[in-house]
Design a protein around this ligand. Structure first.
Ligand code: F6P
Length: 616
């Protein structure tokens, strides 16, 4: 194989696909590869302008910080002092050391790392909560790991982890704690949050959920004409949909055989129509799931479902067919659901971290309390590992650090999640919300522009389907895209041969991405696989409730750690608000059919076109 092809292609892989701009004066030559140090160009402003803008912003922020430092909200005091101790990346000794080390690491060939150390797979693997993470097929040495963990420590990963687990209000923009880990603590554990034992509240709600689920499962909960419930529709979106939908799909084989679970999330009436027209109102139960109980999509779908039911039943029948999951009792009551039929949760549970709360009701109905408790216990095992394991052998921390390593120093802009398990087909979508809503942020905790690229694009689908679609780009495209392969050793079906074929494909893809065929010099360029492309392999014993719980908790903590590395707030989501406000304004205009003026000409034309098309 022509060496130039390998060098050129590998070089392009490392250089392509970054949105950061390059600063030529900081360009460095490393062996055959020309590597640029990444310097972001914020908001399209550059040069002297940005310096003055930065100075002005810094002055304002400094004044504001001074006021906040003198009069901090009492509950935020500790977190703010922890964050204040986090050195800015511009003066981070650990990041400088990593940056220097990266110039060398970028020239490493993964295959060489394995040839040099026959024990590499063992040295770069971690087992926790029944899961195995083999991260050996990455451009990492023990020195890299040491430098990465030094950086993690310097950024305060351990301190902030402890702050999160202790219930400090680490969600500083919303002044909230992030206590989803409490939801999966074993019964009997007491957790005092700001003077109140929240574990008692958690267990009370769980008991109510369990009792309700049991009535649905054993058929004693009847619809308006006395028939048992056969279809349960969860109406919710984002965290109030993806968690229940993904886990119900994942644990399909553990589900009650006579119950069908459905998920209605999109405000698109086509989805509502397709679902409702296939259901029998006498045997359908709706769970309206919304933390705020104000989300437009959910409320519209809930109203449509209520109207549909009332076409067949009386208003007095509604309690037999509608229950709610929310933090907003008043809005639930106003909608017409008696709070007796509401399962509450709390503002310290973020939407994308809420599957462990009452939002998990569809899963509990599907799999029953025993399996649901196993699911919580699996997550708790991962929490305990995350809380206690040293950084270098801590699975969520290491997963976060490898992702950070490629994003920061190899210019990667996306990561592929490839579960080789059909029942995990919604897992990439679930992780999209978890990682991109948590860490798709542009300012640090103190409101300054981040100086590092934050969350990459998360995407993916199940193997082997992806192999016959986009894997071409992974092998021969110009972008470097790290992959997380996920496999389960034992299948939940009798087709052993197919399971072996599935797993063989997962392993083969990881090996091909790493090894390529560059040693074969006789190949024409279009047949060349450069290899040297990284991946992680996550191995579950089986896709059972406990392993699924551990897997989700693993990615939750990975996301948290990356947020700490980037010094951003992983628990808010202000970026979705503007679109919601504008949609409401345009909806009012479409509904009123009033003349449209307060928009750009493109939006205004489109609104007028829709108004005309929808005229009765
Ligand atoms: O719009 C984003 C978001 O707020 C998510 O964070 C959340 O999971 C989703 O909407 C649904 O919100 P709710 O549960 O309040 O309806």
């Amino acid at each position: 194989m022509n060496k130039d092809v390998v060098n050129r292609t590998t070089n392009e892989i490392f250089r392509e696909g970054t949105t950061c701009h390059y600063e030529p004066s900081r360009r460095q030559n490393v062996k055959n590869y020309e590597i640029d140090v990444l310097t972001p160009d914020y908001f399209g402003i550059s040069g002297a302008g940005i310096i003055w803008v930065e100075r002005a912003i810094a002055l304002v922020i400094r004044c504001l910080s001074l006021v906040c430092c003198i009069f901090p909200a009492p509950k935020d005091r500790h977190v703010k002092s922890t964050l204040a101790r986090t050195p800015s990346e511009s003066i981070s000794p650990a990041l400088s050391a990593l940056s220097q080390h990266a110039t060398e690491a970028r020239s490493w060939i993964l295959g060489d790392l394995f040839r040099q150390d026959t024990q590499r797979a063992r040295a770069f693997s971690i087992e926790a909560a029944g899961l195995l993470l083999d991260f050996s097929k990455n451009h990492l040495s023990q020195d890299t790991l040491q430098l990465l963990t030094d950086f993690a420590r310097e950024r305060g990963v351990e301190t902030l982890r402890d702050a999160m687990l202790a219930g400090e209000r680490i969600n500083t923009t919303e002044h909230r704690a992030a206590l989803h880990t409490c939801l999966r603590q074993p019964p009997g554990t007491s957790f005092i949050f700001e003077g109140h034992d929240i574990s008692a509240d958690i267990q009370t709600v769980l008991s109510r959920m369990s009792a309700f689920a049991e009535k649905i499962r054993d058929g004693s909960w009847k619809g308006f004409n006395g028939q048992r419930i056969t279809d349960i529709v969860n109406i919710g979106i984002g965290g109030s949909d993806l968690g229940p939908a993904m886990t119900c799909a994942a644990l399909r084989t553990y589900a009650h055989p006579d119950l069908r679970l459905h998920f209605l999330s999109n405000v698109d009436g086509h989805a509502t129509d397709a679902l409702l027209s296939a259901l029998n109102p006498q045997t359908t139960l709706f769970i309206v799931a919304s933390k705020t109980f104000t989300t437009m999509e959910t409320m519209r779908n809930a109203e449509a479902a209520r109207t549909w039911l009332l076409q067949h039943a009386q208003a007095a029948d509604l309690p037999k067919h509608f229950v709610a999951v929310s933090t907003n009792t008043d809005a639930v009551r106003e909608f017409g659901i008696d709070p007796v039929n509401m399962f509450p949760f709390w503002d310290w549970v973020g939407g994308r971290y809420s599957i462990w709360s009452a939002i998990g009701l569809p899963l509990l109905i599907a799999i029953g309390i025993e399996a649901f408790r196993a699911f919580l216990a699996g997550a708790h095992r991962m929490d305990e590992h995350f809380r206690t394991a040293p950084l270098g052998s801590n699975m969520p921390v290491v997963l976060a650090l490898t992702g950070f390593w490629y994003r920061q120093f190899f210019g990667t802009t996306s990561q592929l999640i490839a579960p080789y398990h059909q029942d995990l087909h919604l897992f990439p979508a679930y992780l999209q919300q978890l990682e991109m809503e948590s860490n798709g942020k542009q300012v640090t905790h103190d409101g300054k522009p981040v100086s590092m690229p934050t969350a990459p694009v998360t995407w993916g689908s199940v193997g082997t389907n992806g192999q016959h679609a986009y894997f071409q780009l992974l092998h021969q495209g110009t972008d470097l895209i790290p992959v997380d392969f996920i496999i389960a050793l034992k299948p939940e079906h009798p087709y052993q041969d197919q399971h072996k074929a599935l797993l063989a494909n997962a392993l083969a893809q990881a090996e091909a991405l790493m090894s390529g065929n560059a040693s074969d010099s006789a190949l024409p360029p279009h047949r060349v696989f450069t290899g040297n492309r990284p991946s992680n392999m996550l191995v579950l014993p089986a896709l059972d409730p406990a392993s699924l719980g551990a897997l989700i908790a693993l990615y939750e903590h990975k996301t948290f750690v990356q947020g700490v590395l980037w010094n951003i707030n992983s628990f808010d989501q202000w970026g979705v608000e503007l679109g919601k406000t504008l949609a409401q304004r345009i909806l009012d205009e479409l509904t009123d059919a009033a003349p449209v003026t307060a928009h750009d000409s493109s939006t205004a034309n489109l609104i007028t076109r829709i108004q005309n098309a929808l005229k009765p």
